[in-house]
Design a protein. Sequence first.
Length: 56
Amino acid sequence: APQSKKYFGWHQDATYWPLEPADEMVAVWLAVSDVSLENGAMRAIPGSHTRGQLPH
């Protein structure tokens, strides 16, 4: 949740993993325990993969 001390804002993983070409990279997030808004659920922006790398 945004009010949590562990909150990590919107970002693109390719910014942190400088692999080339970035459009051939796949990132996978797998929850191994229950997740919720309170403990760190993840959200994705539909279609964001079509917008290219954005400035961070």
